[in-house]
Each structure stands twice: as C-alpha cells, then as structure tokens.
Design a protein around this ligand. Structure first.
Ligand code: ATP
Ligand code: LTN
Length: 334
C-alpha cells in the first residue's frame, strides 16, 4: 500500500469458523495472492461474522492466528497486502449500524445463507445472523472497494451490498464505490464430498471436506470415500452425476484443464483412477502452502505483529470513509 499511484481496491474476508477447506482455497484464497501486484488488496479475518454462530473463545482466538498464517502461506505479502482482523478495526461495526438503517427487512429475508444457517442452527437464530450481510456490506464499502473475490455462494450478498451502496449514494451523493464480485468460472462452488448437492463448508462434519492442513494420507482417504454414483462412466453432468462432476471440477480448477479434456483423457478408466487423479492434484496444490504454514504457525509473535501493523493501516483507510459518512448523515461535528 506504499505506492503513490491510486490502484483499484480489492477486499475479501474469510470467517475463522474452522480450518479452511479446499472449497475456500479454490473459490477464494488461492486467487488472493494473484491480485496483490495489480491492486491494493485488503484481506480480513472476519471474526465478527464468525460469532453469528456460537464459538468457543480459545478456538476463535487460535483460528484468527491460523487464518493469518494461511493468508501468508498462500503467498500474501504483508508489505503488499493488508492482512488484519475485523474486530481490530472498530469502524466495521460502526458503519454496519448506519447501513442497518439503509437496509430493508424484506431484503434480508431473501438471503439464502440466512435461511441455510437458520436451519442449521435452529436453537440460535440471532439478530446478528439476520444482519450478517449488512456487516459484510460495511466491510466492503469502508475501503472504497472495486472488486471482491469470493465463491459463488456470496453473489447474493454482493448484490445486496451494491444495492445498499447505490441507495446511500442516491441520497447523499457519491460516497461509496459500488463494488463488483470476482467469481471464478471453475471452482466458484466446490461441493461436499459426502453430499455433492451441497457446497463444501468448513463448519460441516470432517469427512465432507478436505482441510487445507490434511496430510496426503487423509486427503487420499477422504477422496476415496467421496460419494459418486452407481454407474462407472466418467462424465461431466452436474445434474445427474453431481459427485463425479464435483471431482472433475476440482481437477479442472487446480490444473486449468477443461472438464471435457479431462474426461477424454480418462476415457475407459473407472472412478478409482479418477479419485487417484483428484488426490494427486490436491496434494500437489496444497503441499507447498502446508510446508510454509507449518513454519509460520510456530511464530505467534510474528503473526500478531502482522495483524497489528495491518490493522493500523486498515483503520486509517476505514476512518476516512466512516468520517465522510457520519458527516453526510448529519452526526454532530467533533
Ligand atoms: P462456514 O461453513 O463457517 O459458513 P464457509 O466454509 O462457507 O464457512 P466462509 O468463511 O463463509 O466459508 O467463506 C470464505 C470464502 O470461501 C468466501 O469467499 C466463500 O464464497 C468461499 N467459499 C466457501 N465455500 C466454498 C465452496 N464450497 N466453494 C467455493 N468457494 C467457497
Ligand atoms: N460473508 C462471507 C465472508 C465475508 C466477506 C466479507 C467476503 C465477510 N465479509 C467481505 C467478502 C467481502 C462468507 O460468508 N463467506
């Protein structure tokens, strides 16, 4: 962020709600470092979002450090990108309150993530879970973000963020940059290994996802047990063969090869061979990051230093937008 020339801003966030999965990696994380040379990148550990579901305090604290280590291990450079924790910058919660007053109940009622999470946590449907997308809008809008790299599941939240920004700008003039999502064509939606109709999620049971720190044996075992179907033909057909298509998609996202080419190359082979190929690709993709992660996670002090220095830079940028918003709304001058 030291360059003088103004570059478009990239912002994204990941919840410290569990060890990241292959879905988080393919849909979001692996793209973050590719963007840092061209844009001003800000990547957040969204711990305030994570508490919309009950979290064990010690686990939450540990996971914030783990996610910071993963950000670094994936190739993010703290000299180029801002890598910080949401709760270290109070402007997020402050802007979220204001944006709550520019968001309609009807809009939030339509959010599919809210419906999914309420069904999963029927004993704790709290107001934070409902207004979750407003805090996400605040995250993004605070930094005058142009692009938001996310998985396909976040498209609806991005559309709401744009609507809120445009509504606010309509009343007060051009206060916010209206952001656009960056969703990759392959890999925007990696599915569960056990229920391939549902997206892979880090807060689901262990055997449904590959964790980014799973060792090669675990990766092979989980993929071997992945649900396929009773046929034996390797064919890309998400509707009728969701399990096999998910495996093909994973290979395609990791190698850049089209699913058609992968199928052609494996003609006549069975699901066993397909699974071996998937496991090989996943192990190859994750190994360098895992080695780096192991080193980084041992150095807590360094990780905390990165968080602290980044939070300072983020807070400076966030305050600029927050002050402007407060002034426009008519809050008393200080
Ligand atoms: P949780 O299970 O706690 O809700 P999650 O695994 O869905 O978490 P998030 O922290 O909400 O993960 O998402 C982080 C990023 O990863 C977001 O950009 C999201 O769109 C992306 N992502 C999450 N799951 C997948 C998936 N299965 N495929 C592709 N991208 C995904
Ligand atoms: N809502 C996202 C996580 C998230 C986010 C953000 C992503 C919170 N704030 C800002 C991009 C930009 C999720 O559930 N995956």
């Amino acid at each position: 962020m030291e360059t003088k020339e103004k570059r478009p801003v990239i912002f994204s966030g990941i919840q410290p709600s569990g060890m990241l999965t292959l879905g988080n990696y393919i849909g979001a994380l692996r793209r973050f470092s590719e963007l840092q040379d061209q844009y001003d990148c800000i990547y957040c550990v969204v711990d305030e979002h994570a508490i919309t579901v009950r979290q064990n305090p010690a686990d939450l604290r540990r996971r914030c450090l783990e996610l910071t280590a993963l950000y670094l291990a994936s190739g993010l450079d703290p000299q180029k990108s801002i890598l910080y924790c949401q709760s270290h910058v109070s402007a997020h919660a402050e802007l979220a309150w204001i944006l709550n007053c520019f968001t309609y109940m009807g809009e939030l009622n339509r959010m599919t993530q809210f419906k999914d999470k309420s069904a999963k946590h029927a004993d704790n449907i709290n107001a934070g879970l409902f207004t979750y997308p407003v805090l996400m809008a605040a995250d993004i809008l605070l930094y005058q973000t142009s692009y938001v790299p996310v998985g396909a599941d976040q498209k609806q939240h991005l559309e709401l963020t744009r609507d809120i920004a445009q509504r606010f700008n309509g009343v007060y003039g051009d206060v916010f940059t209206v952001p656009e999502p960056l969703i990759s064509k392959t890999g925007g939606r990696v599915m569960s290994l056990q229920e391939p109709e549902r997206k892979m999620s880090k807060s689901d049971p262990e055997d449904t996802f590959i964790s980014l720190i799973d060792d090669p044996d675990t990766i092979r075992r989980k993929i071997k047990r992945a649900v396929t179907d009773s046929e034996s033909e390797i064919r890309f057909d998400p509707e009728n063969k969701p399990g096999v298509s998910n495996l093909l998609n994973i290979i395609s996202a990791l190698t850049g090869e089209s699913t058609d080419d992968i199928c052609a190359g494996m003609a006549g082979q069975g699901y066993g061979a397909l699974k071996t190929r998937v496991a090989d690709c996943v192990i190859e993709a994750l190994s360098p990051m895992q080695a780096e992660y192991k080193k980084l996670i041992a150095d807590k002090e360094y990780l905390m230093k990165v968080q602290a220095e980044s939070a300072e830079k983020a807070a400076y940028l966030a305050q600029k937008t927050l002050r402007k918003v407060q002034k426009k709304i008519g809050f008393a001058a200080r």
